[in-house]
Write a protein that binds this ligand. Structure first.
Ligand code: KIV
Length: 273
């Protein structure tokens, strides 16, 4: 970051990410679920931190994002917010906290905002949740949309394959994207769709479009932190670039520690009182 050490960094707001789209500066977003990683991401200069419901898989070991609860998301989000000086923090509304009932959706969003200090929420879906989206936005809460592969609906779709390859599904996605923009969403995530479609949506919308497996023609990118750091190993979709193999690095450190303890090499004289 170019900010001098004594200066407070300029906070990223929903307006800042919209300005970034206007000046064609790409938006970098990653997930975080805890204080320590969030602090590293924030100080490294990440624009947006998503407290994703992928915490259900990554932190809790569930097979899907369906089981994670509102209370659990609030715990993760408040840990992340405590670490932040600059980044915009958006929190996934978990499955069951907004579908079907817009009043309950608003109550869930209010709890997230009041109890975590985060800056906005993300919801999966288009037309079918538009009433909830509008009601949350009317209360002054920024909403990020999420279309394409929507993992909370995994039991409806049955698979995590690329979405919107067929014309009808692509058309519905484009219509939903416009609907979410008209409802007042400040940004949109597109997950696992053809690159050309990602580019089309980013070109048609005024709000920033952030992709995960949606190609290079969108306004920004998001990845799950534990996947891009190589902590998780059993998940290798084409869109995932691994920037490190932390699983191996951490395993090496742990086995060295075990060996040192067993061989009486830790602690040494200088490491005791
Ligand atoms: O939960 C999550 O991590 C997400 C990203 C994959 C966009 O929604």
């Amino acid at each position: 970051m170019s900010t001098a050490a004594s200066e407070k960094p300029r906070r990223v707001t929903t307006h800042v990410v919209q300005e970034m789209k206007l000046r064609r500066e790409k938006i970098a977003m990653l997930t975080a679920y805890d204080y320590s990683f969030a602090k590293i991401l924030d100080r490294a200069g990440i624009d947006v931190i998503l407290v994703g419901d992928s915490a259900s898989n990554v932190m809790a070991g569930h097979e899907t994002t369906v089981p994670i609860t509102l209370n659990e998301m609030i715990y993760h989000a408040s840990s992340v917010v405590r670490a932040i000086e600059r980044a915009l923090v958006i929190v996934d509304m978990p499955f069951g906290s907004y579908q079907g009932n817009s009043k309950e959706a608003l109550n869930s969003a209010i709890r997230i905002m009041k109890e975590t200090g985060a800056h906005g929420v993300k919801l999966e879906g288009g037309r079918e949740i538009i009433e909830s989206v509008s009601r949350i936005i009317s209360a002054g809460i920024p909403v990020m949309g999420h279309l394409g592969l929507t993992p909370q609906a995994i039991h409806k779709f049955g698979t995590y394959v690329v979405r919107a390859k067929e014309e009808a599904e692509a058309k519905k996605l484009v219509d939903d994207a416009h609907l979410l923009e008209e409802a007042g969403c400040f940004a949109l995530v597109l997950e696992k769709i053809p690159a050309a479609l990602g580019g089309q949506v980013a070109g048609e919308l005024k709000i920033p479009v952030i992709g995960i497996g949606a190609g290079r023609f969108v306004d920004g990118q998001v990845l799950v932190l534990h996947d891009m750091l190589g902590i998780t190993q059993d998940f290798s979709p084409r869109f995932l670039r691994r920037y490190h193999n932390l699983y191996q690095e951490i395993t090496k450190a742990i086995t060295n520690y075990i060996d040192d303890v067993k061989n009486l090499e830790f602690p040494n004289e200088k490491e005791q009182y």
